[in-house]
Design a protein around this ligand. Structure first.
Ligand code: C2E
Ligand code: CA
Ligand code: CA
Ligand code: CA
Length: 283
């Protein structure tokens, strides 16, 4: 039994070391990724269900690794959060997305098209930075993107620690003129009180609710209720993860404002997104 115990400990010890090494390796790689400009943004269209037109896009981070290829955010965002590297990475995301949106909107204005909004994800670490509001104001100022064209996506988990402080921060962000969205609504920390308390403009229904709306009466009932709730609170509502015509038709029939999902388009590189707009693609 003693021997077994030691082997177990040894096994555990080795596993821990491996984990630590793996983390250090990824942390170093993330650091140099920022220096070497290996991060890229892909853009996924947000489509107005009534008009069928693209009205905005969510900027989604990818890591173009020289050997591993395109690394999805689930593989590195968690670690970037833990190490705090999400702060400089997030600052790069915000600046790049705003500059890109401004360049697109200038081009499309010449074609008589309405400006699009760009949605950017904010992490908990970024939210906790004392200079968050000033740095967002500086990015808007530097890039020339109107504040109304920027939509910040937040999760409700950011609000639970210190409600008063979060509320103050959100009011400062609102004062800049940006829009605030609740991402992944219905998962995790979700509560009705945050909708009542915080100055939110948009509610994004998590794709786990959208998945079965066309086949499961309970899921359908939940989504219908979320749409009604959002509208009663004068919020815009976006459904995430729309993959089929049946889901699309259901959402349209129940008055959902916008959709985002593979059914219309996956997130695509900037160049491809520009082509999609120029071609006038719609639902
Ligand atoms: P999210 O903010 O909920 O973003 C939506 C995710 O759903 C994206 O995954 C998108 O590619 C995916 N998606 C869109 N439509 C569909 C669909 O029809 N079906 C399915 N199955 N998936 C769909 P992605 O790009 O891999 O990003 C994953 C998560 O990583 C994001 O979830 C967000 O939490 C985080 N993330 C991405 N970019 C950033 C960033 O710049 N900063 C921060 N802090 N987090 C980011
Ligand atoms: Ca998001
Ligand atoms: Ca989401
Ligand atoms: Ca999600």
């Amino acid at each position: 039994a003693k021997k077994l115990g030691r082997n177990r400990w040894q096994f555990y010890h080795d596993a821990m070391n491996e984990q630590t090494e793996e983390r250090l390796r990824i942390e170093g790689a993330l650091r140099s990724a920022l220096e070497r400009n290996e991060f890229v943004l892909h853009y996924q269209p947000q489509v107005d269900l009534a008009s069928g037109r693209i009205v905005g896009m969510e900027a989604l981070l990818r890591w173009q690794h020289p050997e591993l290829g395109m690394v999805p955010p689930q593989r590195f965002i968690g670690l970037a959060e833990e190490t705090g590297l999400i702060v400089p990475i997030g600052a790069w995301v915000l600046r790049t997305a705003c500059a890109q949106a401004k360049a697109w909107n200038d081009m499309w204005e010449l074609c008589g098209l309405a400006p699009l909004r760009v949605a950017v994800n904010l992490s908990a670490r970024q939210f906790a930075q004392p200079d968050l509001v000033a740095s967002i104001a500086a990015v808007l100022d530097d890039t020339g993107l109107p504040a109304a064209c920027l939509d910040l996506e937040l999760t409700e988990s950011l609000f639970v620690d210190d409600v008063a402080q979060a509320l103050d921060l959100l009011h400062q962000l609102k004062a800049l003129g940006v829009a605030l969205s609740i991402d992944d609504f219905g998962t995790g920390y979700s509560s009705f009180s945050s909708l009542r308390t915080f100055p939110i403009d948009v509610l994004k229904i998590d794709r786990s609710f959208v998945a079965d709306i066309a086949s499961d009466a309970d899921e359908a009932a939940i989504v219908v209720s979320i749409i009604a709730l959002a509208h009663n609170l004068k919020l815009r509502v976006i459904a995430e993860g729309v993959e089929s015509t049946a889901q699309l038709e259901f959402l349209r029939a129940h008055g959902c404002d916008e959709m985002q999902g593979y059914h219309f388009s996956r997130p695509v590189p900037a160049e491809e997104f520009g082509k999609m707009i120029r071609s006038g693609r719609s639902l």
